[in-house]
Design a protein around this ligand. Sequence first.
Ligand code: FAD
Length: 483
Amino acid sequence: MNEADHSSRRTFLQTTAGGLLVSTSLAAPDAMRAVESQPTISSNSIIGDVLRTQGRLSTDGRQFFEEQRAIPIAGKSQVLVCGGGPAGIGAALAAARAGATVQLIDVAGCLGGVWTVGLLTKILDTEGKSGIMSELLKVFSSRGSTIAKNTKGTVYDPEIAKLVLEELCVEAGVRIQLHTRLVGAVTDKSNRVVAVVTESKSGRQAWLAERFIDCSGDGDLAAHAGCRFDVGVGADCNCQPMSMIALLTGVDPSAIQPFIRESGSEAKRRLLKLMETNGVKPSYRAPTLRHLHSGIYSIMTNHEYGVSAFDAGAITEATIRARKEIHDIVDGLRRLGGPWKELAVVATAEQIGVREGRRIKGRYEITAKDVATGLRHEQAVCQAKFPIDVHALDGKGNKEISKEFKKGGLKPYDIPYPSLVAADVDGLLMAGRCISGDFVAHSSYRVTGNAVPMGEAAGLAAAVSLKKGRLPHELSWNEIKQK
Ligand SMILES: Cc1cc2nc3c(=O)[nH]c(=O)nc-3n(C[C@H](O)[C@H](O)[C@H](O)COP(=O)(O)OP(=O)(O)OC[C@H]3O[C@@H](n4cnc5c(N)ncnc54)[C@H](O)[C@@H]3O)c2cc1C
């Protein structure tokens, strides 16, 4: 995305009488395209005539202006965290435990993000991670199945995760509001975020806070606040595919052991061969089957290419396709008979897995070069080791991983605190997959073993910056760590 794109995005912001900026559109590149291709309202039509008379129809008939309205202020906290996924959990717990009042908002009906709503079941890049990541692994292990114990909590049960995350947040005093989507952000004259706007069954509401942390995965809060961002790679902003994960049952683990991921790296290839020799052709050619506990498995074997994280219509179509594909694959495997004859779907993820959304511009951008050279940074909040993992960007050849992006190589590298601090507004931190980095770096640091420590660092930074009466960008990680 170039500067021209950024500035055109800013035309979607409106100035109110009080000098506050309220965002009115997500204004991602795809949202802009959607505006160009959307239906128009003819000013000769009855509805067009009514809207035009009221001054609410744009001259080109492509947009109408919402009426200004007063909305209730639903809450006031010191720290507001948008998104209760792995990053948001780390952020909310760290900020609350450091003494801040914390409001956590999530659009889903449970906490955990991709861990729970997305049925992920595997936490990657956990080695050497202490703090909240290590605490969560211990609880997922101690409260989980034998497999969770044997894998030290890295293969976990999504239902246990839902329960544990709620318990921990409640215990820490985090105020949780589920079923609530952030749809706007408000900045003041000094370009500091001062409030967000949400939509839910309670209607449209405003939430005030002194510090904000964007853990929405897609960078929704930061985009609404007017921050610059990048999406995907190249001029077309190509993104990695989305994937739907599902839970399965009805097979004896001892009879299908060679196909279970934890039995070794050959398991994926064996499962693909079994599928293909029997006429089942999955869109993701590295099918990953994990055994979770007594008779329950998870499977990831779907790729949805070219779907924008900012186009609800396209995501809906991908969701419907992916769910059908999972059922077709399970039907195909069941027809093999033998150990597979009772195979059944327990649940498909409510949310299709989104690998990429916005990468918000921060005060440091992690690059492919940092990854290749093993960046050492004096403000490191954690270290990432997960390989560069770019799934095929399109179905051509249906490769497991696009090898071209791996050329530079990877050495364990630091995640610097400034990459969590928004560059374009004050009082806003990011954590998880929306932090500041390039396409290649993101393909490595995005996994959840890094999202949690990033969140923990952002949460602590928010709380400490309040205590010190300075903004997050005015503090170094050393000052924050020392509290
Ligand atoms: C198919 C797939 C497989 C993967 N495999 C692995 C793996 O095996 N292991 C691993 O560690 N990582 C894996 N990853 C990567 C990893 O899951 C993500 O990068 C990770 O989820 C990042 O965590 P997060 O907290 O930033 O985002 P998310 O988990 O996406 O959480 C974001 C949260 O914000 C909420 N939210 C979003 N927008 C709004 C809004 N506007 N208002 C309110 N709430 C909002 C969402 O409901 C969600 O709870 C995989 C990803 C995918 C898609």
